[in-house]
Design a protein around this ligand. Structure first.
Ligand SMILES: C[S@@+](CC[C@H](N)C(=O)[O-])C[C@H]1O[C@@H](n2cnc3c(N)ncnc32)[C@H](O)[C@@H]1O
Length: 306
């Protein structure tokens, strides 16, 4: 097992998909460590959270805060939001289907995706999984561009691979690259149950090797979509090889491009942050692609090959 950060976990503490979930660091409040100063979760009665914001000079400090919506009378004219409980819950045929979903995790599409989500979330390394929203976006993009050939670099239990396989045509393929077969064994029964196992071609070896083999077998410019989500230190190599493998008009999605904000000032000893930072800078100026950097999950860059 390679000692590459969270992607090839050493014995010890489980990793975090987003560094903030494991370490107290900058980032979203839900991810704070215990040693940080706790944030008040509720404003005192009658105190609007925004009341703490600076008010314009001369403003009446005793007046209760009124938002732009209040002032425009919008709040009264909006219909009340439907309670979430009223949404129908899809029934699952899968025998191992858990009754309870982990809190804060939502899922879409096939009930089998929920099962995969649950099984992965229960795994000690479950935080390596992509978020539901990301997986949904990847599948929507794959569907939108009518992709047939997809590469995923970093499969883990195959939650995202399953998402993409479900929207591929029957003759579509996900070349799924990972170095750890044990993870894939968790999701594989679900690929089968979903009837898409034949679309997921799992290759257990270093992803660079798989990409080189694809290039050597004449598959350059034949892929529609690639998702890069493995060891961060190799991101540039993955990107360059995917750029050769993907067709013009194809998309390369790169995960964790924010690295919990650490890319802004990468520490010298943080090779992952440095690698992502360098790639972010390069993509900005790369004339071979157009990009969209999306603030979803830990940041996803979509590179559209020109
Ligand atoms: C963040 S997880 C991938 C999550 C996955 N995309 C999902 O849908 O949940 C990273 C994965 O990369 C794999 N990995 C790490 N180094 C690798 C390498 N050199 N080649 C291929 N896979 C690698 C790890 O085994 C791990 O399963």
């Amino acid at each position: 097992m390679s000692p590459r950060g969270r992607h090839a976990p050493p014995a010890g503490d489980p990793p975090s998909r987003h560094p903030s979930r494991a370490e107290p660091s900058i980032g979203h409040a839900g991810a704070r460590g215990a040693e940080e100063t706790p944030r008040p979760t509720q404003a005192p009665p009658g105190h609007h959270p925004r009341a703490a914001l600076p008010r314009p000079p001369g403003a009446d400090r005793t007046a209760p805060h009124r938002s732009a919506c209040d002032r425009a009378g919008l709040r009264r004219s909006l219909p009340p939001a439907a309670p979430l409980r009223s949404l129908p819950t899809p029934k699952c045929r899968f025998p191992a289907c858990p009754k309870k979903w982990p809190s804060g995790r939502r899922c879409w599409g096939s009930p089998l995706l929920r099962v995969c989500l649950q099984l992965t979330a229960d795994h000690p390394w479950g935080r390596m999984m992509v978020s539901c929203e990301q997986a949904q976006l990847m599948a929507n993009l794959v569907k939108l561009i009518k992709a047939k050939k997809v590469i995923e670099i970093g499969v883990f239990t195959g939650y995202n691979a399953l998402n993409m396989a479900l929207v591929l045509p029957d003759n579509g393929r996900v070349i799924a690259c990972d170095i750890n077969e044990d993870y894939a064994k968790i999701g594989r029964p679900l690929w089968k149950e979903a009837g898409v196992e034949h679309k997921i071609d799992l290759r257990i070896k270093p992803a660079i090797q798989t990409l080189d083999e694809l290039l050597a077998s004449g598959e350059a410019e034949t892929f529609d979509f690639a998702f890069i989500d493995a060891d961060k230190e190799s991101y540039n190599e993955y990107y360059e090889k995917c750029l050769r493998l993907v067709k013009k008009g194809g998309i390369i999605a790169i995960d964790n491009v924010f690295w919990n904000g650490k890319v802004l000032k990468p520490r010298k000893d943080d090779l992952a942050a440095q690698s992502i930072h360098r790639l972010n800078e390069k993509l900005l100026r790369d004339a071979r692609i157009n990009i969209s950097m999306l603030p979803i999950g830990d940041g996803v860059t979509l590179a559209f090959k020109l």
